[in-house]
Design a protein around this ligand. Structure first.
Ligand code: ADP
Length: 834
C-alpha cells in the first residue's frame, strides 16, 4: 500500500487497484475459505507511488500482518477493491518465494517473538517508560470530550489493553505523518517504540492545549468536532470559522445597539427588535439571515428623524431663482408664492407643484434651484416607463430579490427626511399587470396620507410629510385624473427666440465653456450666431438641442485650441474678424479672404476664435431647417396651421389637391378621429357655401365634389396628429384649392370650426404663437375667444406679430388671402356682370 501505514492494533480502509494486488484479493481473499486465507501482509510502499510498474517495488523490510475484515469491489472510477484491514502484528520478510501472480514470501513474526525473548530483559526500564507513556495517553484522552462515546471507549481501552499494544494504537489515532508511522513500524523493539511515541503524544497534547486556550468560550458542539477529528487541518479551519462567527456575532450586537440608539418610530423599533431576536437564533448559512440583516441595516440607515434645517429667505430665494434661470416669470412667481407660504407656516400641507411643459425648458433645473434655495437635499426620481407599482412601494420581503421602492431608496440615499423629491415625467407612468404605479403615487403625494406611507418592504409606516415633492410632465393629458387632482399644474411654455439667445449667453455658453475647459478669451460666439443656431439648427420649444449644438461647437474649438492650430485653420474660415456682420447673404468667396487678412494682421495668435456662419457650417454641417414657409405656399391648396404637441408648438402644413373622381375624400398623414371629422366638417361647410364664395370644381360646377376626388394631406406623417384645432386651416386650404388663389405666405392659423361656420377656441395658444414666431410667420389667426391667452405672450413677440381674432370662418378667409376673400356681395356684383 502506498496510502498510509497500517500499525498492529489499528484498522484502516485501503483501496487496491494495481493488477498484482487485485489478483491477490481475487484469488486469496475472495476464493479462500479458511481463516488463514484472510490474513495478508500489508507492507508500506516506501518508493515513489507514481512509479507503480509491473515490477515488484523494493519491499519495505517490515510489514504488518492484517486480517481482511471486509472487501468491497467497485468499477468506478476504475476497477478496484476497497479493503478494511485490521493490523495483527509486525512481520519481517525473510525470503521472497514468488512474485507472480502476487508476491508470496516467507516471513517471521516479530512482535510476539520480541515479547518472549526481550520481554523480561529490561523490565524495569520498560515499566518506567510505559508508565510515563500511559500518563501522557491518559492526559491526552482526558482533554477530549468524555461525552462522546468513542472517547469514553478509548479511555476504557487504555486501562484494559496490555501496555505493549498502546504505542501502536495511539500512534494510529493521533495526528502523525506517514513517515512517523513508518518509524514506529520499524521500531521493532518495544522500548524504542515507547520512546518514539512519547514525543508525538506530547506534541498532540500541546496542540490541544493551545486550541482550548483560543476557544475558551466555545460551545460543546465545536469541541466535539475537534475531539472526533483531532486533525490539525480541520481544527485550524474551525478556528477561522469561529472567528468569523464571532465577528458576525459582534456585528449583530452592534446592529442591535444601532437600532436601539436610532430614532426610529416606536412601531419600527418593535419590529426591528423582533427581527434581531430572530436573527440571533438563525444560523447564518440560512438565506433568510442575509435578508433579515439587509432589512435591519436599511432600517437603521433610514433618516427617521434626521433633517436639514431650512434656511428660507424669500428675498434670497428670488435671487437664486433669477440667477439660475432667465425668463419663466410665471413659474418663478408661483414658486416664490409657494415658498413664501412655507416660510410663514411651517409644515405646509399644500398641493404638490407639477411643472408641465415641453422638454428642455428647465423644469428639472427649477426643481434643483428650489432645493438650493431651501438648503435641502435634492433627489430626482425618474418615473418614465415605470409600470410596476412595487417600483414605488417596494416588494414584500417574502419575494426573492425584494427591495424597497424608489421613495424609500431615495430617502436612504439623501440621508435626511426632508429632501426635495423631483418626480420626473409623471405623465409617462405606464400600467401593466404588476399594478398601476400611478395609484401607488397617490398615497405618496396626498398630504393627508403621506405621513404614514407604508413601503411593502419596510412594512412599517414612514413619515413623508416633510418631503417636498415636485412633479414634472410634458403633458397633463396622460396623467391619471386622480393624480392630477392632487397636484397644482404650472404650465412652463417654450421660449421665444430672444429668450433663447439670452439663456444661451447667460447660462448655456458659460456652462459649456467650463465643461470643455475653455475660457471666454478663446472663443467668441456673437448673438447672430446663436440666433443662427436657434433658427437653422434647432426647432424646439426648450433649449436642450441648442445646448447640445453649443457643446459641439465648444468641442470643435477645444480641438483647435489644444492643437494650437487655429492659425492654420483660418483659410477654413473657422475664425473671422471681430465684429463681422455674419449675415447669410455674404458671398462665399469674396468675404473670407478679406476676413482672414484682417485677422492675421490685427489679432494676436491667441485671439478668441470667433464662430460665424461659416464656422457653424463647418462644425454643425449644413443647416437642418430652412425657412421653407414661403416656398411651400407658392401653390394654391396649401395652408399653414398651428399644432400643439407635448414637445411644444409646431407649424403644420395642410395640403390639398383635387382630381377627377366620384366625390371621395382621402386623408393621409396619420390622423386621429377628431382630425378626420374636422376635414369632413370643412368640406361640408365649403360645399354649402360654394355659391357664396364662388367656389367651383374643375368643371365649373358649384357642387364641389361632383366628378371630383379630394385628397388632403398633413405632412410629417410619422407623427399621429389629432385634435380639433386644424379646422380653420383645412377650410382655408380647401378654399384656396377651389378658388385657385394663394394663401398669404406669412399667415398661420388655428381654431376649431362648427358646421355653421363659427370658430371655437382651442388650447395651447402660447406655444403655437411661439412656434409661428420661430418659423418667421407674421400674421396669426386665432379664435376670438382665445384673446385672453395673448396676454401670456411676451410683449416683444406680440409686437412682431399681427393677430387676427376671428369669430367665424368669413373672417378667417378674409384674413388669410391677400385682399380678402370674395364675399357674397362682391360676388353677386361680379355675377351680374356676367
Ligand atoms: P426639462 O426638465 O424641462 O426637460 P431641464 O431642466 O433638464 O429641462 O433643462 C435642460 C437644460 O436647459 C438645463 O441645463 C437648464 O439649465 C437649461 N435651461 C432651461 N431653461 C433655462 C432657463 N430659463 N435659464 C437657464 N437655463 C435653462
Amino acid at each position: 500500500t502506498h496510502e498510509s501505514v497500517l500499525l498492529p492494533g489499528s484498522t484502516m480502509r485501503t483501496s487496491v487497484d494495481s493488477p498484482r494486488n487485485m489478483q491477490l484479493v481475487r484469488s486469496r481473499l475472495l476464493k479462500g475459505t479458511s481463516l488463514r486465507s484472510t490474513i495478508i501482509g500489508v507492507i508500506p510502499n516506501t518508493s515513489d507511488p507514481t512509479s507503480d510498474c509491473d515490477d515488484l517495488p523494493n519491499l519495505h523490510r517490515i510489514g504488518t500482518a492484517a486480517l481482511a475484515v471486509q472487501v468491497v469491489g467497485s468499477n468506478w472510477p476504475k476497477a478496484h477493491y476497497t479493503l478494511l484491514v485490521t493490523g495483527l502484528c509486525r512481520f519481517q520478510i525473510l525470503q521472497l518465494l514468488k512474485e507472480k501472480p502476487y508476491p508470496i514470501a516467507e516471513v517471521q513474526q516479530l512482535d510476539r517473538l520480541e515479547q518472549f525473548t526481550n520481554g523480561h530483559k529490561s523490565e524495569e526500564e520498560l515499566g518506567e517508560l510505559s508508565e510515563q507513556f500511559y500518563k501522557y495517553a491518559v492526559q491526552l484522552v482526558e482533554m477530549l470530550d468524555m461525552s462522546v462515546p468513542a472517547v469514553a471507549k478509548l479511555r476504557r481501552l487504555l486501562d484494559n489493553l496490555p501496555r505493549e499494544a498502546l504505542p501502536d494504537i495511539l500512534t494510529s489515532i493521533i495526528r502523525t505523518t506517514n513517515q512517523e508511522k513508518l518509524q514506529i513500524l520499524d521500531a521493532v523493539r518495544l522500548e524504542e517504540r515507547f520512546k518514539m511515541t512519547i514525543p508525538l503524544l506530547v506534541r498532540q497534547i500541546e496542540g490541544l492545549k493551545l486550541l482550548q486556550k483560543t476557544r475558551k468560550s466555545k460551545q460543546d458542539d465545536d469541541k466535539r468536532i475537534v475531539a472526533i477529528r483531532p486533525n490539525r487541518r480541520i481544527t485550524h479551519g474551525s478556528i477561522t470559522e469561529d472567528e468569523e462567527e464571532e465577528e458576525d456575532h459582534d456585528d449583530v450586537v452592534m446592529l442591535e445597539k444601532k437600532i436601539r440608539t436610532s430614532s426610529m418610530s416606536e412601531q419600527a423599533l418593535k419590529v426591528c427588535l423582533k427581527e434581531i431576536k430572530r436573527l440571533k437564533k438563525m444560523p447564518q448559512s440560512m438565506p433568510e439571515y442575509a435578508l433579515t440583516r439587509n432589512y435591519l441595516e436599511l432600517m437603521v440607515e433610514l433618516p427617521w428623524n434626521k433633517s436639514t434645517k431650512d434656511r428660507l429667505e424669500i428675498r434670497a430665494a428670488r435671487i437664486v431663482l433669477d440667477n439660475d434661470h432667465y425668463a419663466m416669470e410665471k413659474l418663478k412667481k408661483r414658486v416664490l408664492e409657494y415658498l413664501a407660504v412655507r416660510q410663514l407656516k411651517n409644515n405646509l400641507k399644500g398641493p404638490i407643484l407639477c411643472f408641465v411643459g415641453p422638454p428642455g425648458v428647465g423644469k428639472t433645473s427649477v426643481g434643483r434651484s428650489i432645493a438650493k434655495t431651501l438648503g435641502r437635499e435634492f433627489h430626482r426620481i425618474a418615473l418614465g416607463g415605470v409600470c410596476d407599482q412595487s417600483d414605488i412601494r417596494g416588494h414584500r420581503r417574502t419575494y426573492v430579490g425584494s427591495m424597497p421602492g424608489r421613495i424609500i431608496n431615495g430617502l436612504k440615499t439623501v440621508g435626511v427626511n426632508n429632501p426635495v423629491f423631483l418626480l420626473d415625467e409623471v405623465d409617462k407612468l405606464a400600467k401593466s399587470l404588476q399594478g398601476d404605479p400611478a395609484a401607488a403615487l397617490l398615497e405618496v403625494l396626498d398630504p393627508e396620507q403621506n405621513h404614514s406611507f407604508t413601503d411593502h418592504y419596510l412594512n412599517v409606516a414612514f413619515d413623508l410629510s416633510q418631503v417636498l415633492f415636485i412633479a414634472t410632465a410634458n403633458t397633463t393629458a396622460t396623467i391619471p385624473p386622480a393624480l392630477l387632482d392632487r397636484m397644482e399644474v404650472i404650465q412652463v411654455p417654450g421660449y421665444t427666440q430672444e429668450e433663447k439667445i439670452e439663456i444661451a449667453h447667460r447660462h448655456l455658453i458659460p456652462k459649456q465653456l467650463e465643461l470643455h475647459g475653455l475660457t471666454p478669451q478663446q472663443i467668441q460666439i456673437p448673438q447672430v450666431t446663436t440666433l443662427g443656431i436657434i433658427t437653422r439648427y434647432t426647432r424646439e420649444a426648450g433649449v436642450r438641442a441648442l445646448d447640445r449644438k453649443l457643446g459641439a461647437i465648444c468641442r470643435a474649438v477645444a480641438v483647435k485650441v489644444a492643437e494650437g492650430q487655429h492659425k492654420e485653420a483660418k483659410p477654413d474660415r473657422a475664425e473671422v474678424g471681430e465684429g463681422e456682420d455674419c449675415k447669410e447673404h455674404i458671398t462665399e468667396d469674396a468675404k473670407p479672404e478679406s476676413i482672414s487678412d484682417t485677422a492675421d494682421l490685427s489679432l494676436p495668435p491667441e485671439m478668441p476664435i470667433l464662430i460665424d456662419f461659416h464656422a457653424l457650417k463647418d462644425i454643425l454641417g449644413p443647416p437642418l431647417y430652412d425657412m421653407e414657409v414661403s416656398e411651400r405656399l407658392s401653390q394654391p391648396g396649401v395652408a399653414v396651421g398651428l399644432a400643439w404637441t407635448p414637445l411644444g408648438g409646431e407649424i403644420m402644413f395642410v395640403e390639398a389637391s383635387r382630381m377627377e373622381g366620384e366625390g371621395q375624400l382621402t386623408l393621409t398623414g396619420q390622423l386621429g378621429d377628431v382630425m378626420k371629422e374636422s376635414a369632413h366638417l370643412a368640406i361640408s361647410w365649403l360645399r354649402s357655401n360654394a355659391k357664396r364664395y364662388q367656389l367651383t370644381n374643375a368643371s365649373g360646377s358649384f357642387d364641389l365634389l361632383d366628378n371630383t376626388d379630394i385628397h388632403l394631406h398633413f405632412p410629417a406623417g410619422a407623427v399621429t396628429k389629432d385634435g380639433p384645432s386644424a379646422g380653420v386651416t383645412i377650410v382655408t386650404c380647401l378654399a384656396s384649392l377651389f378658388s385657385g388663389r394663394l394663401v398669404c405666405s406669412d399667415v398661420a392659423m388655428t381654431g376649431e370650426i362648427t358646421l355653421r361656420g363659427l370658430v371655437l377656441p382651442v388650447g395651447g395658444i402660447k406655444d403655437k404663437v411661439l412656434a409661428a414666431h420661430r418659423a418667421g410667420l407674421k400674421r396669426i389667426i386665432i379664435p376670438q375667444r382665445n384673446e385672453k391667452d395673448l396676454e401670456e405672450i411676451a410683449a416683444h413677440v406680440r409686437q412682431e406679430l399681427t393677430f387676427v381674432l376671428a369669430a367665424c370662418l368669413d373672417e378667417v378667409l378674409n384674413a388669410a388671402f391677400d385682399g380678402g376673400f370674395a364675399a357674397k356681395a362682391r360676388l353677386e356684383h361680379f355675377n351680374s356682370k356676367l
